[in-house]
Ligand binder design. Sequence first.
Ligand code: AMP
Length: 191
Amino acid sequence: MLNIALFGPPGSGKGTQSKFIIDKYSLTYISTGDILREHISRQTTLGLQAKQLIDQGHLVPDELVVKLIEEKLNNAAKTNGFLFDGFPRTCSQAKILEQILAARRLNLNAMVSLEVPQAELVQRLLDRAKVQGRSDDTKEVIEARFKEYASKTMPVIDFYKALNKYHPVNGVGTLDEVFVRIQQVLDAFEK
Ligand code: AMP
């Protein structure tokens, strides 16, 4: 099994690179952002709660996203491994992920962190807004998301450093260039 958390600030290319990774390594994709957006479009109680926070650039409470992750893991078909995109985003989520994987006799092999300078991130997000029209890709909300990232999500790096699971990858370059760098990290676990 190969279990990976793909980490990085908004706009670092997690969603795009995830597609390449799950194809090459036959992993089951779990994106908390996608699951939340699906709840919003179905207008579930959870979706209505989450929408207000997402539209303000805030994180959704840990208990809520952990519940979504557990549901996905419980209902997953047999797989070669899991790719978590956008989760964990707080140290508490990271600790709980270790526990819920251990309870299933699984282990997170690596946290791959896509590193991109902030000026480039803002430009990418504003470009994405023109194409995808995500409600949280406006200038004000992007700023709020970066603040949340700096205060709550960045500390997750130290959590994985301490476990020797942190693998920084330069996220600047073409899609192929970045994917080659990610493969250099992941191929080491396949051997
Ligand atoms: P993403 O598609 O990963 O950029 O997520 C979009 C938004 O969903 C984030 O800005 C958060 O408001 C919320 N979200 C996604 N994943 C998480 C998470 N692991 N913890 C808390 N909030 C999350």
